[in-house]
Design a protein around this ligand. Structure first.
Ligand SMILES: Cc1ncc(C[n+]2csc(CCOP(=O)(O)OP(=O)(O)O)c2C)c(N)n1
Length: 546
């Protein structure tokens, strides 16, 4: 068999459905082998976007998403996406081309040490030097990408290896179950929880990766322990639950931090230190039980006293079975916080000003999105508003990146979400800065005939940094820009462009976009004038009096 055919066969054995990417001449044998495969090639307009799509496919399915590029410049374009997958624990497999390694007549043209370049960004990076190694290398790359903690892997397939003949055959996936926590660890955790006075449950990203939603809901219902979510842990348990105390969208001084300063024990399910800290541990302060697939990386702000290590859903099940809810638990103060938080979340939600107020925008998006609808956020200050004010009802329905926190991922991840869940409503929410970093993927979305709604929030500036600049007392400087006419821009791609003219038009307009097929871009002027007042001062002041 030709090596590139074997490579494709190995991908098929992994259950690969899509490859996102841009082929170069060094991938042409692989491309030709793909022609005969059921794997669908999705050509993108930038490798970075292909990487974001592959990572999001992995995030939503638990199976490694695959992306492809040529050598040199194509592969260097994958770097940000590799970091995105690696930090965000999204399973992703990258394959890049290379010039012949045995004899090359092109000198060093386009040659960069891609395998080395990927080293700090991946769990595994290898060049295939012989066709014979394809099955084991590919299997190993997928195993590592998908195993906890998931991340990015990379294989370089040189042109001359791709054309070799080989008798090797694919290695099938091995079947295994995730290990479960040992009973003794569970018993120690149960004792700690039962002895505590004001325990809190924190739900983080890893709880969104596998099926732990039902078990966590049962745990909360049985014990009555109030819970918080991290940004990437949103939706694991429906945030409409009466015991939900808020999302850690700000790192300090929010209502939920009052709860944290009042707790003596945090049962931390699935959070790890890549996310912006939802809390800071201090010597002599509250204790933390780390419930996760792997032990915790130690960090100055995170050094849990106990680890319950193993499959998360199983650990939560075991804890739930053994815990006897205690009368001495005192959640009175937490319920007070909850009431105040709910009040605060409603503030500004009906504001009629235009440009639209972020709180109103969040409320209207929540109104229009069905329970299982997916919002995919780029990175900007609106992310804080959405994480804090938008209640997620189901797992993985709020796709945001609180790990690399890269701009440019909003549109590509929405495209991938729509590919994975074609029947669900998907909305990309981007700032005018982040959107322009991968706006060329409008063409990909239109070509794929996706039904997608894209909000471009316009403040003609890098608003997030402006917000921080104001907070630090600096003058307004160096963060403004001009925008294209987004309606014309969208239409030039064959998408439908809309411009929001008044806040009350938002809901009917989005509803209309969701009922008419195709890619809809809505230019949404946004009023960020209160970001500093509310996010930096009002929340801090109001929560101080709790
Ligand atoms: C690729 C990348 N470059 C720079 C940053 C730093 N950064 C974070 S948010 C932000 C501004 C985002 O602006 P925009 O997309 O317009 O959203 P806004 O905050 O204005 O709503 C910048 C420059 C980043 N996170 N990622």
């Amino acid at each position: 068999m030709k090596a590139s055919d074997l490579f494709v066969k190995a991908l098929e054995a992994e259950g690969v459905e899509y490859i996102f990417g841009i082929p170069g001449e060094e991938n042409l044998d692989l491309l030709n082998s793909l022609k005969a495969s059921k794997i669908k090639l999705i050509v993108t307009r930038h490798e970075q976007a292909a990487g974001f799509m592959a990572a999001t496919y992995g995030r939503l399915t638990g199976k490694a998403g695959v992306c492809l590029s040529t050598l040199g410049p194509g592969a260097t374009n994958l770097v940000t996406a590799a970091a995105y997958a690696q930090l965000g624990a999204m399973p992703m497999f990258m394959v890049t081309g290379q010039k012949p390694i045995k004899a090359s007549k092109q000198g060093q043209f386009q040659i960069v040490e891609i395998v080395d370049m990927m080293q700090p960004l991946t769990k595994y990076t290898r060049q295939i030097a012989s066709a014979h190694n394809i099955p084991s290398r590919v299997r190993e790359a997928f195993r590592l990408a998908e195993d906890e903690r998931p991340g990015a892997t990379h294989i370089e397939l040189p042109e001359d290896v791709a054309v070799e003949q080989t008798t090797a055959d694919v290695i099938e996936k091995s079947l295994y179950r995730r290990p479960v926590a040992e009973e003794k660890a569970i018993m120690v955790a149960v004792e700690l929880i039962e002895k505590s006075r004001r325990p809190l449950l924190l739900i983080g990203a890893a709880a969104n990766r596998k099926q732990s939603s039902k078990m966590l809901k049962k745990f909360v219902d049985k014990t009555g322990i109030p819970f918080l979510s991290t940004q990437m842990g949103k939706g694991v348990v429906d945030e409409r639950h009466p015991l939900f105390l808020g999302n850690a969208s700000l790192s300090a001084h929010d209502f939920l931090h009052r709860a944290i300063s009042h707790t003596d024990l945090i049962i931390n399910v699935g959070h790890d230190v890549v996310e912006k800290p939802p809390f800071f541990m201090e010597q002599g302060g509250f204790k933390v039980i780390h419930v996760n697939y792997l032990t915790a990386s130690v960090d100055p702000v995170y050094y849990p006293q106990l680890g319950v290590i193993g499959d998360i859903a199983n650990s939560v099940y075991q804890l739930k079975q053994k815990i006897k809810p205690k009368r001495k638990w005192d959640f009175g103060y937490f319920h007070e916080i909850k009431a105040k938080l709910e009040e605060h979340l409603l503030e500004g939600a009906d504001d009629e000003r235009f440009p639209i107020y972020p709180q109103r925008l969040v409320k209207d998006v929540r109104t229009v999105m069905p329970d299982d609808g997916i919002i995919a956020l780029d990175n900007g200050v609106y992310k804080i508003w959405f994480a804090r004010n938008y209640k997620a009802y189901k797992p993985n329905t709020v796709l945001l990146d609180n790990a690399l926190a890269s701009m440019g991922a909003g549109l590509p991840s929405a495209i991938a979400a729509k590919i994975v869940h074609p029947r669900r409503k998907v909305m990309a929410i981007c700032g005018d800065g982040g959107f322009m970093m991968n706006s060329q993927e409008l063409e990909t979305a239109v070509r794929l005939k996706l039904n997608l709604v894209i909000l471009v929030l316009c403040d003609n500036a890098y608003g997030m940094i402006k917000w921080k600049q104001t907070n630090m007392g600096f003058d307004d400087f160096g963060l403004d820009f001009n925008n294209p006419d987004f309606v014309m821009y969208a239409e030039s791609y064959g998408a439908k462009g809309h411009r929001l003219e008044s806040s009350k038009d938002f809901l009917p307009l989005v509803k209309k976009c969701f009922t008419s097929p195709g890619v809809h871009l809505i230019e949404v002027p946004i009023d960020y004038s209160d970001n500093d007042r509310i996010l930096n001062r009002e929340i801090r002041e109001k929560s101080r009096f709790l």
